[in-house]
Ligand binder design. Sequence first.
Ligand code: MN
Length: 228
Amino acid sequence: MSNLFTLEETPSLEIIGLQPRFPVRRIYCVGRNYAAHAREMGADPEREPPFFFSKPASALVANHGAVEYPSLTRELHYEVELVVALGKPASEIPPEDAAECIYGYAVGIDLTRRDLQAEAKKLSRPWDTAKGFDQSAPVSGIVPISDCGYLSKGEISLRVDGEQRQHGDLAQMIWSVEEVIAELSRYFRLYPGDLIFTGTPAGVGEVCRGEVLEGIIEGVGRLVTTIQ
Ligand code: MN
């Protein structure tokens, strides 16, 4: 009788300029952390603070990888985001101490089945099928803090087949990276290997089969993903 399960390697990311890879434990995500994006989704950022959801670590796709167009959607959306990689544990950490937990940064795209998300919102159902599907988390290599320093501003943008669709600045985040870590650490014990998608600027939209997504963050790098 064959084995029921095949053991797979721990999902991991390249660390730019270093040999060892970064083993990924959990992927947390922040919703509506840029006011302009909250408004384009029909929310009022003055009244509704950002919030959290998650994706499985197995949803990671390495830089220059291809994503198979997911099933059961007709509206696959891109959301370019700064991804924070944690190097130290944190539980109920104050924002002023949160920077110590940051190992480095990467560029990520939070791929979303927008039609399924709209349906889930309407029916007050969870977002897993809209956000946590296979290959829903393309992420670039990680730039360690020792190479890039702490980031509080910098251009963030996304292009589809070379044409700019999303544009913003990290300084526009409603919760700073440190505030995100502090707030998240009230809900979960955070550990080295955790990634946090910190939210997307305005301009989210649809991507079709055959198109190439390019996410760029000043001081962090460039992520390229092809949708098949
Ligand atoms: Mn997002």
